[in-house]
Design a protein around this ligand. Sequence first.
Ligand code: PMT
Length: 402
Amino acid sequence: MNHIVFGVTGGIAAYKAVEAVRQLVLRGCDVKVVMTEHATRLVGPETFRAVSGNPVAVSLFDAEGKPIEHIYLARDADLVIVAPATANLLAKMAHGIADDLLTTTLLATRAPVLLAPAMNNLMYRHPATQHNLRLLRERGVHFVGPESGALACGEEGEGRMAEPQQIVDAAMGIFALEGDLSGKRVLVTAGGTREPLDPVRYIGNRSSGKMGYALAAASRRMGAEVTLVSGPTHLQPPAGVELVRVETAAEMREAVMAVAPGCDAVIMAAAVADFAPRESSGDKIKRRGKESLTLELVRTPDILGELSEGRAAGQVLVGFAAETGDLLARAREKLGAKGVDILVANDVSLPGSGFDADYNRAVLLFRDGTERALDLMPKAELAALIMREVAGLLGGKARERP
Ligand code: PMT
């Protein structure tokens, strides 16, 4: 059973923390809620006691007079979550201020910490808050959100707390992170490529980059030095990861080939275009006088194929297969054809899975012929499972067998 200390600070979003706690309990976690005094003005401790099934702690000196409660909480936790995490909490945590039960617990714990910031957009954008966020990220603190949208103060903007389900998914992703990649170099590709037709148009695909970014984040959390070669996305790169932005398949190939030789593992999650226009017009293609337009497309370089042919001994290669039918048959063919150690097969026609979704359902196919079918799960969790397998192949933790 996973033991979670769930901190609640005084933000309006505290009401959403109730649902997050409830969902964590449903997932089989033991959740102990710690509230700040301000938080108790927004949601009563009784509510959290009812959903968690545990007493709720607020003061450093509780009724039984146990002045070192924070040490027990900190020591027994597998994960500490704070949701909502106000600007004040971030500032205190960044600077080691411990003046109540929650902040002393945060200072005393060695467990991973997950924060769900929530505040007014101007407070979020303030240089002091941004500096504190950077400090905490550098220390390996995990974050979920904030999102953009309508804020409790009536303004619109960044600062809205992540939804309970996102908080639970992020927590599960952290629990799935076992295995050690410290001292290893990992290259991950993400997103789709864009093949230009003219200066304003391109042939592209629906990849959001979420799967690849989750793999880069998981690799980094497991201690690897990570290079992320990414097609255009709207995502923030994970902290501590070297980002190389590319646009076309040819640029992706060049970036990958420059970095791959020094890497212990290469994970090709990018949706690389298979074909690109033979020529890209220097001027915008005009519509006038044309009833139709014929484009000639040529094959793009097969980056994964080239990696597999030229790879150094011991390098682990992971490919993806995005299919819309006959998943296993096509994936088994690709496993052999691409010469990879692990092929992650995903059926991208399933609703709520694959392209641009937060979840994915995959089957892992291994070079030795074993296969492992996985349930639909958050991409963060799938990424952690894949990287755990990679760590196993690189000589870390033993591989989990189906
Ligand atoms: O980005 P998201 O929105 O999160 O979506 C995730 C995803 C669906 C894009 C991801 O899970 C995925 O399946 N990525 C691979 C998509 C793909 O291009 O699949 P493929 O079956 O066409 O290619 C097989 C493998 O060859 C892939 O590892 C691909 O990166 C690689 N490839 C493909 C073409 C090419 N020219 N060079 C390559 O290296």
